[in-house]
Design a protein around this ligand. Sequence first.
Ligand SMILES: Cc1cc2nc3c(=O)[nH]c(=O)nc-3n(C[C@H](O)[C@H](O)[C@H](O)COP(=O)(O)OP(=O)(O)OC[C@H]3O[C@@H](n4cnc5c(N)ncnc54)[C@H](O)[C@@H]3O)c2cc1C
Length: 515
Amino acid sequence: MCRVADQTFDRYSSNTVNRKGKGTAIVWFRNDLRILDNEALFKAWASSETVLPVYCVDPRLFGNTYYFGFPKTGALRAQFIIECLADLKKNLMKRGLNLLIRHGKPEEIIPSLVQAFAAHTVYAQKETCSEEVNVERLVNKALLQVKLAPFPEKSTGQCSTNNPKLQLVWGSTMYHMDDLPFSTNTIPDVYTQFRKSVEAKCTIRCCFKIPTSLAPPPSVEDWGCVPSIDQLGLQSQKVNKGMNFLGGESAALCRVFEYFWKKDLLKIYKETRNGMLGPDYSTKFSPWLASGSLSPRFICEEVIRYEKERQANDSTYWVLFELIWRDYFRFLSTKYGNSIFHLGGPRKVERRWSQDQRLFESWRDGCTGYPLIDANMKELFTTGFMSNRGRQIVCSFLVRDMGIDWRMGAEWFETCLLDYDPCSNYGNWTYGAGIGNDPREDRYFSIPKQAQTYDHEGEYVAYWLPQLQKLQKDKRHFPEKSYIEQIVPLKYGNPKKHQSQERAFATRQTKGFDR
Ligand SMILES: Cc1cc2nc3c(=O)[nH]c(=O)nc-3n(C[C@H](O)[C@H](O)[C@H](O)COP(=O)(O)OP(=O)(O)OC[C@H]3O[C@@H](n4cnc5c(N)ncnc54)[C@H](O)[C@@H]3O)c2cc1C
């Protein structure tokens, strides 16, 4: 596995980059747990004689519960982040550095390190949602209190005052924020308009090449250890079924290699991407993208390389198309701010929602009596992953068939998902609940129709609900007395009644509408 990652690192490294900086710079790692194409790391290196890479294990992220009482970070995602940190530490060490790991709030740790190492700048990746932005604000404020000793200029011998700065860089999307053809307030609300505009008017920047050696490391007595799951106040959870993801940049690069080159699956992505069972119907890049151990620009460069060396078709393009959805939700979060978390969503839609605990728990625990819902919810809890198809179906069921407050569903996803990302999660939930920024979207997913189209033989449900294996394939989705009772009737109980709406949707898709 490491050979693939090492070869990729080699291709994206350089030993000819100039280093003109002075003193020490800090890289504060956040959701950018990678070396390759990491602008904050590159800038810290270029602007200093020595770099101190830091990760703060923030107690607000681990062990805390949220509005509806679920843990903010579930055990599986915490484990994934632990693996990301271990891999980052190892890869930094290979380049002559290390990762300093401290437990506590960044606004307390970072300024004290700045003081101790007389660091002139802290580089970090910019976030867009309120909790993360608030931490940036607090770090910035605390840095203003740090007084460093005057710094003698080599050329003049004079002393200049040296106020430490927080420099935030944009790094989470495929298109760069600064290259967008619109200002924050005028980002189009309709995805197609957004996509067409960026495709026509922007180019995707190249990946940053990182120096082969990042040495010398600063003198640090105790670099700290990668935390264990117990230290994060969580109980270890083993994945014994379904997808088992390994966190970290090395595993991410291996997955790109496997999906694109070894298994040659990129050329059929568009035909398989709506699947639900197995490792290969879609890329499975999302957990690494969310933790920043994989750069979307790197994926784009690999797609282009594949198109040159193997073939270009609708499928190769479609991976980029999906990554533009990811960008779109991230950029929209800068336009709509906290409203993506509010009950009425960005459009402030007024609707009555229920918070019926019994209904919600049956959904959460996969006991609704609808195998398609239950199988997906069991997969989510067991593995921390669910297909895009599954997410849309369970979201529609919770919101439209049960009428439950969509935020409860979104928050449960936030706890469980390995790929949890506030912009994509809340963006998709508001979209699915019909209160998102795009007023045209109000879609109901009919379970019989979805089962028929995407799990015709009932293989997916039988995998997650083994009690259905003994049933005839055509009975697995509607097992009646052989399964638990349905907790609510479907809003459109008769699938035929609903077919015209589904047909309209299918027509839109074939006519080239998005989604
Ligand atoms: C209710 C709901 C909640 C979701 N929550 C999240 C979340 O917290 N984090 C997250 O990364 N994705 C989320 N998604 C989007 C999508 O389901 C996942 O990105 C996708 O299933 C990940 O699997 P993959 O990497 O194999 O995707 P692929 O199909 O291989 O797509 C490639 C990449 O494109 C991006 N992408 C694809 N679809 C979407 C989408 N609808 N929105 C944003 N990005 C997309 C992802 O980064 C993905 O890794 C959510 C979707 C729904 C309907």
